[in-house]
Design a protein around this ligand. Sequence first.
Ligand code: ATP
Ligand code: MG
Length: 640
Amino acid sequence: MSEDFYEISLGNFDTETRRRSNLDPVLFWDEQAKKLSWFNQWTKTLEWNSPFAKWFIGGKINASYNTLDVHQTTRAKKPAILWEGEDGTNRTITYADLYRDVCKFANVLKSLGVKKGDRVTIYLPMVPELPVAMLACARIGAIHTVVFSGFSATSLRDRIDDSKSKVIVTADVGYRRGNSVNLKEIIDDAINELNFVEHVVVLKRTEVSLLLGTKDKLWHELMRDSSEECEPEQLESTHPLFILYTSGTTGKPKGVLHGTGGYLTHLNSTFQWAFDIKDSDIFFCTADIGWVTGHSYVVYGPLLHGATEIMYEGVPDYPSMSRIWDIIQRYGVTIFYTTPTALRMFMKFGDSIPNSFKLSSLRLLGTVGEPINPEVWRWYFKTIGKSKCPIVDTWWQTETGGMMLSPLPGLETIPLKPGSATRPIPGTDITVVDEQGNELPSNTKGYLVIRKPWPGMLLTLWGDDEKYKNVYWSKFENNYYSGDYAIKDSDGYFWLLGRADDILKVAGHRIGTAELENSLVSHGDIAEAAVCGIPDEIKGEVIVAFVVLKQNAKKIGSILRTELIETIRNGIGPIATPQQIYFVTKLPKTRSGKIMRRVLKAIASNEKIGDVSTLEDGSAVKDVQDAFTELERTVRENKS
Ligand code: ATP
Ligand code: MG
């Protein structure tokens, strides 16, 4: 754990919110929910039939009403989305535009027979029509299920089949790193033999004519004839808003089901607390809407607040490593929210690229998705934030709906420690427990659990209450099991140490992957690191590490290997010495940008790799395999 801390205040010192949340969390969320517009007041704030929670029972609400209708008198002309295509094309979508298009598309869905509770799969790239389609579903009470547009036909088919969507929304093509991807072909492949699919709505992005099948309809033709008026459905607070499949870092993705009133309440409050949102801000979250960060903090959070945000179609390093900094400079971005993976990549290429842009509009930075290495945190703070922006390291999951641990500079001012997600958000009860579920004293490693229901929590796993109970509620009685390994320090700050499944057990010690990886990344030549344990006849388990070098790395080979081992011995202790360190050019990651340690483990233990449907780049696996084989050969030769 790093020792340094940083205190940057945005001028907010609200202690009353924390105080009230501690007095009575349920009453506290009741008060928070009142910040939204309801058609009907609820009669009961929370019904907790463990492990199923129902928030704001009897309340009637609509997500599209709260993100659009409420802004029409004051913000109609305000840009909601400043869209930038991968090829540099721009579009400005105001709150009035978004409202009109959502109403029209809601009518389109109705005309296709979509009813309240029906599922609609959305397989679109990062274009404004994606939030339009989601909000249109929300308007009529249909359940959207967005599938990241980088997935193959097989992964897509599994998700469509699981949700039994009768309508699919897609585009003719998507663009990724300058290549056009034929999305329509992938859809055709995916729905072949899925007879329950009745219609496929296709958004045309190119002039190339399409051969339309019997189920296919064109977006622009349907929209042309559609009415601009569509009353929002008055939905039960617990009515499902969406199904979203998890990233699949640890295995097969799970179909997480979220409700409406609780989810919106959670987002509305956390978006304000963490990002200190003001009407004048330009918010930029780099997540793809295909992941939960995109759902919660590209679509619902910002739009609930009537914010102006950037929506960028492409990947952060295309056409060059300066793309993101260029966007921040051109649009005057004030709040920037990204991932540790992206930051490690930027850092790998050095300071000169960000330093050649004017980033002075930034006032708040955020990160999500993986533990952020303290070294990377400091770089983000100094090089990007120029030591004046607080960083919100936000821990949460698809299942939690919104942030659970995070600094909240929009609410209060606390010292920030690089690598710590700091404290639980108000109104939640989060702690660290041992294998038996007993709360651990501070500075002791264990499992991160949530002890009380919170409004953004998932309703269940789609169509599988049993799996929901097994995955999250069977390890500990009445405590939500997050699957993450953590420590709470003596100031009550949380440090995420990696996935519980990935814990390394070496000679009786339990070490989180993040601890070791942070140590490796603290070496000036290392851009990224991933560690895993492999079975060993004598020690039970030994540690192996995979590292990616920085562009300008000064040392290589055995000299660097020796230095890295020294770094770990000094930083953590001799027991954590890796048995082997492999140099690779890339690490296997999910399409949401997280390291897949189980793939590394499988390679290093000569085992089957398992489900890799969410793997970003198959060549990373080969890269790791090659590095592994090469080093094993050298070791064998040296021995003989
Ligand atoms: P699956 O559950 O299918 O393996 P996933 O867990 O990667 O997929 P998400 O819900 O997108 O799917 O990711 C949530 C996980 O991401 C958390 O459980 C945690 O491991 C990690 N995470 C998210 N934010 C942070 C953070 N700020 N610090 C540390 N870890 C984080
Ligand atoms: Mg998970």
